[in-house]
Design a protein around this ligand. Structure first.
Ligand SMILES: NC(=O)c1ccc[n+]([C@@H]2O[C@H](COP(=O)([O-])OP(=O)(O)OC[C@H]3O[C@@H](n4cnc5c(N)ncnc54)[C@H](O)[C@@H]3O)[C@@H](O)[C@H]2O)c1
Length: 245
């Protein structure tokens, strides 16, 4: 129970990696506030676990985000952990991507990460500290043809993570990122198989010989969020099976 009684906020918790992070944090003893779009999309978790609370808002809506974080502070008195997981991806070549898609990726993947960090780090600083985990991507570290604009957003997440870690360290707030490789989520078939990409070729470039699971990423997030990682900040932890994509 490495997160026993910690108050954790996980964005994009309705499905995929965020859902696994929320579930893993619950298993590790945390009180978890999941954030997502779409009223009702987290009700299964609400009914399964009394320590899970659902907050429905768009992370790019600064007013709504502020109101939601104030609600957590009011109900729990503090926030110990923030996982900036909500993200959007358009797998498109440089010649095909349109501005609306690029802008949406930057709004959700970068600007919302910065603004959620601003909001929550203030609360954490007043309570004596906390831990923030941002979800980056292996694409930002290694590059990925067909994902240039998306990779740029995740590169920004990595740069932000390193600088925020330095800036917030005096207030006791640690900031790290996890950089997942190819993770077998619900959306996986849609993104890779529908693109005509040969998944066997991709698995062939993963030294550990398999795709990642949402749980692989979730366990890394819980570790970085926990006091076991109390001397770790500003790091980018690859969870990619030793990939070269
Ligand atoms: N799946 C992978 O292989 C992979 C690899 C590397 C990094 N990532 C990153 O991991 C994170 C999760 O990816 P996933 O594959 O689980 O994605 P997903 O699309 O399955 O889930 C993302 C969740 O975020 C929510 N979301 C999107 N925009 C939002 C907004 N504006 N406000 C609130 N919630 C919003 C969605 O509703 C969804 O529930 C993303 O940041 C993604 O870039 C994924």
């Amino acid at each position: 129970m490495i997160l026993k009684d910690k108050v954790c906020v996980v964005t994009g918790a309705a499905q995929g990696i965020g859902n696994a992070i929320a579930r893993n944090m619950l298993e590790e003893g945390a009180v978890v506030y999941g954030c997502d779009l779409g009223e009702g999309s987290m009700e299964t978790l609400v009914s399964e676990n009394g320590r899970f609370h659902a907050l429905y808002f768009d992370v790019t809506d600064a007013q709504a985000a502020k109101a939601a974080m104030m609600q957590v502070k009011k109900e729990q008195g503090r926030i110990d952990v923030l996982v900036n997981n909500a993200g959007v991806v358009f797998n498109k070549k440089i010649g095909m991507i349109v501005r609306e898609e690029t802008e949406l990726m930057f709004r959700v993947n970068v600007i919302a990460v910065i603004e959620m960090t601003q909001l929550v780090s203030r609360i954490m600083a007043r309570m004596g500290g906390g831990a923030i985990v941002n979800i980056a991507s292996v694409t930002a570290v290694l590059g990925s043809a067909g994902q240039a604009a998306y990779s740029a957003t995740k590169g920004a997440v990595i740069a932000f993570t390193k600088s925020a870690a330095k800036e917030l360290a005096p207030q006791g707030v640690r900031v790290n990122a996890v950089a997942p490789g190819i993770i077998h989520t619900e959306r996986f078939e849609e993104l890779y198989e529908a693109s005509g990409d040969k998944i066997d070729t991709r698995i062939g470039r993963i030294a550990l010989g398999r795709l990642g699971t949402p749980d692989d990423v979730a366990r890394a997030c819980s570790f970085l969020a926990s006091d076991n990682a109390s001397y770790i900040s500003g790091q980018i932890l690859g969870v990619d099976g030793c990939a070269s994509i």
